[in-house]
Design a protein around this ligand. Structure first.
Ligand SMILES: Cc1cc2nc3c(=O)[nH]c(=O)nc-3n(C[C@H](O)[C@H](O)[C@H](O)COP(=O)(O)OP(=O)(O)OC[C@H]3O[C@@H](n4cnc5c(N)ncnc54)[C@H](O)[C@@H]3O)c2cc1C
Length: 267
């Protein structure tokens, strides 16, 4: 941690297990998911569906396991494991194949610049995506410090917010277009089925489609079709051409400045 889309490491694992199950090899393979974080997925609504697959594939879950070193030729991985009392110790695990998600960080030209926060990310207002110190700078994407799931789906919703707010700034007005933290993680739990996690700040569910059509918290064939067949078309023909009708941002008639907001709190 931190990593892009928290589902990304799991997608490869579930698809591999599905293949091994279909080819009658899974019984001879021990699969372990070692996660630096404390749980399977940050948004509780999606955990039951994922746990069904963890059980189906007989995956051993290991939390608070931070990978610190890999000995490739010796096929050994070293983890720093933190227990319930917060004590850490090193353990080694032998592997035959390991799939690793390296920790994510902003590029050096951002982290070494005055634009970065203490952790090295572009320092942005989470709603307007305006820089917290430089009003003529806006940011979006993985390099920002906004606490959303770092996904291309998030960029898709952030881009129109930045566009609207830049236009307002050029007119000398305060930014009023709002990003609510949308991100999406299509979890490929088996070939042909996806758990389509869509959520915003604070883990609030933000489904694009009505639940009678797609129930995001359950594995769905329609979600797989959406990702495989529809999203590439939407990406190339709508999103990149700025014609995306489902990504329109909320624009407030008035957004209190930080000063006004703290005055209101004091009262
Ligand atoms: C395995 C995996 C699966 C994923 N699955 C999904 C998914 O299913 N759905 C989803 O929505 N998202 C998914 N994501 C996340 C998604 O890929 C990212 O959130 C998205 O690409 C972020 O876009 P970005 O433009 O902010 O950053 P990037 O795509 O990382 O683009 C940054 C660009 O800047 C370039 N760059 C860096 N330094 C410099 C420099 N000094 N000068 C010039 N250029 C530079 C880099 O080469 C790169 O091209 C996944 C990510 C991973 C790793």
């Amino acid at each position: 941690m931190p990593i892009k889309c928290a589902g990304a490491p799991q997608k490869a694992m579930y698809l591999a297990c599905d293949h091994w199950l279909r080819t009658q090899r899974l019984d001879n393979i021990d699969v372990e998911f070692c996660n630096a974080g404390p749980g399977l997925f940050g948004v509780a609504d999606y955990v039951p569906a994922l746990m069904e697959y963890v059980k189906k594939y007989n995956i051993a879950l290991q939390f608070q396991h931070t990978l610190t070193a890999i000995d490739g030729p010796g096929k050994t991985a070293t983890f720093s494991v933190t227990d319930g009392e917060g004590e850490s110790r090193e353990i080694e695990k032998a592997f035959e194949m390991i799939h690793v998600c390296p920790p994510q960080k902003a590029p050096k030209f951002i982290s070494n610049s005055p634009l970065a926060d203490a952790a090295g990310w572009l320092d942005l207002d989470p709603e307007t995506l305006q820089h917290n110190h430089y009003g003529n700078i806006f940011g979006l994407g993985d390099a920002g410090n906004t606490p959303n799931a770092k996904t291309a789906a998030a960029v898709r919703k952030q881009a129109p917010v930045v566009a609207e707010n830049v236009l307002l700034a050029l007119k000398g007005e305060a930014p009023r277009a709002i990003y609510a933290g949308y991100g999406s993680c299509p979890l490929t739990v088996e070939k042909g089925k996806i758990v389509l996690a869509e959520f915003g700040y604070g883990g609030k569910l933000q489904p694009t489609f009505p639940t009678w059509l797609v129930q995001g918290t359950r594995p769905s064939r329609l979600s797989w079709l959406l990702k495989e067949k529809m999203l590439p078309w939407i990406y190339w023909n709508a999103m990149l051409k700025g014609k995306e009708w489902l990504a329109e941002p909320e624009i407030l008639s008035h957004r209190p400045t930080k000063h006004e907001a703290s005055d209101a709190l004091d009262k």
